[in-house]
Design a protein around this ligand. Sequence first.
Ligand code: PRP
Ligand code: ZN
Length: 296
Amino acid sequence: MSDEKRLKIAIQKSGRLADMSIQLLEKCGISLAKSRDQLLCRAQNFPLDIFLVRDDDIPAFLATDVCQLGILGQNGLLEKQALGNGKFAGLRQLLPLGYGKCRLSIAVPHDFDYQSISSLKGKVIATSYKGLLAQYLADHKIDADIVTMQGAVEVAPRTHLADVICDLVSTGSTLASNGLVEKDIILESQAVLVSNQIDDPDIAALAEKVTSRIKAVLRAENSRYIMLNSPIDSLDAIKAVLPGSQSPTVMPLQGRDDMVAVHAVCEEGVFWDTMEDLKANGANSILVVPIEKMLD
Ligand code: PRP
Ligand code: ZN
């Protein structure tokens, strides 16, 4: 047992992604030991060790093969890669995870006359994302000065450390409460599953298993099971309205020769509009239920 090979994954210890990442692993049937105060947490029922670290450190954990998988914001990964020296070039984004959505944006004070990216020429820009910002400015052939700050970037214009900022925006409330206006989006980001190059085939197989469980969880979360009764005559119209469903199951309804029951897995959002369309096409008794697990 002690020489059993274990996969190692790095996730954020606390912060925006932490809870969602732990929940995601739990939905994959991986239960963590209760204490989350430690750096290292052993999964109870899967050969997986979970490293709870600062998100900023996750790329280094992967690059040095302390961990083989990691969950972090694309912004964090791309910034490390942009800063260069090739150290993080081998890290691969396996799967966007659909949470932790934010954007890296240029924001300016209310009274700053911003016409386009050219308005940044010769200005001072404060950011924690020097690598991505420098790349963006170079792509647009803009000469500007970058001031790197680790936090509280939003106060830089008020304290005359910079003219404008480039920072993460999620709800926008930080910008609003600091009198700043978002102007240009440099990058759209979300949490992503990342891996390094895994040489050991046993570890690679474990990583593949975790990845495919995560895929299955995300797919199930985005899918709904629809049940409805449809007039036989409008079956084609009803099938056409069912969002993202492959081949619905069609069954007879006892005592009715004009109606059938239709069951389908829909892999896209099922909205009120969709249900109203189904009804308008003659469907009734429409039920939409969540799917807990799904594996092809
Ligand atoms: C980010 C960013 C902003 C804030 C934006 O900081 O630097 O301060 O979130 O979010 P909002 O648009 O919802 O207000 P974060 O909380 O990740 O912490 P940090 O700045 O200390 O890294
Ligand atoms: Zn911040």
